[in-house]
Design a protein around this ligand. Structure first.
Ligand SMILES: Cc1cc2nc3c(=O)[nH]c(=O)nc-3n(C[C@H](O)[C@H](O)[C@H](O)COP(=O)(O)OP(=O)(O)OC[C@H]3O[C@@H](n4cnc5c(N)ncnc54)[C@H](O)[C@@H]3O)c2cc1C
Length: 294
């Protein structure tokens, strides 16, 4: 299929010019284009029929990863391939690399961006689950100069829904605080290697000086409602020292209490089994990383 008629294509060099281009149109009549891995399909199927496409690829201020003692900032136009290769995303941030290394195929990883993924917020996707699991802050700005930072918990509203307004551009995903002795991991199972997740699990843990979990966060992808924070799962990991039996027991409870669905890819029970089998490995990896072992 071909897209409906697009009247204008612009390729601005700055965020200010991108916002000015969007502002010339009614809300929703102009869209940003990042890697195009979801937007192009949506335009071809005419789910999206924009009059104007504002291509963000030439805006260098939206690209790159900055990591220092105060935290991490990933520009919205940073591609999966760059996140996958980043040596800076270790410990508590390692789940970002896990996800980026396994998104789609090589072409998707070379084109797709963190910003496009979180703004699209597809139900079965990897990055939104990791950004939610790691409690990222989404930095947005609009043409009137107003900018705001939205916590991931408030940003992801449901499949294909976010708190971003049509006239806002996502600048970056940020973690303003670095937490010591923290580790995270993400893994998924899809119908073919590196496909969209039938189930994906992201776990982040922070350990106290004795190696026991003092804070945890469990997020699932591949559920009907998209990336889902399982708050009860967080509590189940508290106090745990990474013992395999304790992790397995926690994951079984999480799976039991999660509302899974059946579709062409897997039935509800199989999804529960995946939560346990993927989740126990992911959790063990998060503990190892928090201890500085991996
Ligand atoms: C074959 C295939 C396999 C895939 N497999 C996976 C997978 O395993 N896991 C997974 O998570 N995803 C997968 N995807 C989806 C992929 O991750 C997309 O890259 C992602 O959903 C969109 O990122 P993008 O950069 O291509 O954004 P685009 O498609 O260009 O844009 C997506 C949406 O975000 C908006 N947008 C983009 N950037 C901004 C910004 N800075 N500010 C405001 N709005 C913005 C656009 O207007 C559009 O509405 C797959 C896609 C394909 C084609």
């Amino acid at each position: 299929m071909y897209p409906a008629l697009i009247e204008e294509y612009v390729r601005p060099q700055s965020v200010a010019d991108a916002l000015a281009a969007i502002a010339r149109y009614e809300a929703g009549d102009a869209i940003f284009l990042a890697g195009g891995q979801s937007a192009m399909q949506a335009m071809k199927s005419r789910m999206l029929r924009p009059q104007c496409v504002v291509d963000l690829q030439a805006i260098s201020e939206l690209k790159g990863i900055v990591s220092d003692a105060s935290g991490v900032r990933i520009g919205a136009m940073t591609r999966y391939v760059e996140i996958a290769a980043s040596a800076e995303l270790q410990g508590g941030f390692a789940a970002l690399g896990d996800a980026a290394r396994r998104v789609g195929d090589r072409q998707v990883r070379n084109r797709g961006t963190i910003g496009g993924s979180v703004c699209w917020n597809y139900a079965a996707s990897c990055t939104p689950a990791v950004v939610l699991g790691l409690q990222g802050q989404l930095r947005l700005t609009s043409g009137d100069g107003a900018s705001r930072s939205v916590a991931a918990d408030d940003f992801f509203l449901g499949p294909l829904e976010t708190a971003r307004n049509d006239d806002e551009i996502l600048l970056s995903v940020e973690w303003p605080l670095f937490v010591e002795r923290s580790g995270s991991a993400y893994a998924k199972w899809g119908l073919v290697t590196d496909a969209l997740p039938v189930i994906g699990v992201c776990v982040r843990v922070s350990l106290d000086a004795d190696g026991r979990c003092e804070s945890a966060r469990v997020v699932l992808s591949g559920l009907a409602n998209g990336a889902t924070h399982v708050a009860a799962g967080d509590s189940l990991l508290l106090g745990c020292d990474g013992d395999a039996d304790a992790i397995e027991a926690a994951l079984k409870r999480i799976a039991q209490d999660t509302d899974t669905h059946s579709d062409m890819s897997a039935d509800a029970d199989y999804r529960r089994q995946l939560i346990v089998s993927i989740g126990r490995d992911v959790t063990a990896t998060a503990f190892r990383r928090a201890r500085g072992e991996a």
